[in-house]
Design a protein around this ligand. Sequence first.
Ligand SMILES: *Cc1c(COP(=O)(O)O)cnc(C)c1O
Length: 230
Amino acid sequence: MNSQSITQKQLTKNLINIQEQITQAAQNCMRSATDITLIAVSKTQTAETIRLAYELGQRAFGENYVQEAKQKKQSLNDLDIEWHFIGPIQTNKTRIIAEQFDWVHSVDREKIALRLSNQRPENLPPLNICLQVNIDDESTKSGVSLNELPTLITKVSTLPNLKLRGLMTIPSKKESYEDQLIAFKLLADAKAPFMDTLSMGMSNDLSAAIVAGSTLVRIGTAIFGKRHVQ
Ligand SMILES: *Cc1c(COP(=O)(O)O)cnc(C)c1O
């Protein structure tokens, strides 16, 4: 966890700044900024910092580590937060994820989807799902390939306790805005007509993602500052 917390003043400034970037990118492509949801990626940030962001109006938060998220959630259970799981999923963590989160962005195989559906508690609404796509075919990265995506879509869309909302990607680092745009457009083209969500865009490629059609941007560093090692 961060030992040095961000000040309220800095956090306010960063959130306004990001909202301005979202509005500007949306205007550039004649989209409405209200169609784009900002997810504040709060991995390694303390519960106090999340509470501060909440008090400034932020409602959706993204977490990568199951245990860390569960602990923070416990001390924030008085707040009406929408929780997004965006990290790699180990098989033995699916139950906690199914119990603790509203959205999961990082589903990339059938086995994980099946477990999440089976383990989603009855009293909760279906779990919102994005399939993570390995858009640049990087051997080290998680995500289903574009080739295997149609089969996975068919399988996941039938699972009763999941709601397949869309696609997510983390492209490789690109040298230019144009290259960022090409990668994000590939994902946009792969979206099935029934889907309403494209989870793409981070601190460094947010504008290209929005121009390509992103509906959920996942921003960490530009909101909370540089992450410290856990
Ligand atoms: C950490 C992380 C982010 C946020 O990245 P920043 O570059 O800090 O904005 C977004 N998406 C995923 C999947 C992440 O792991």
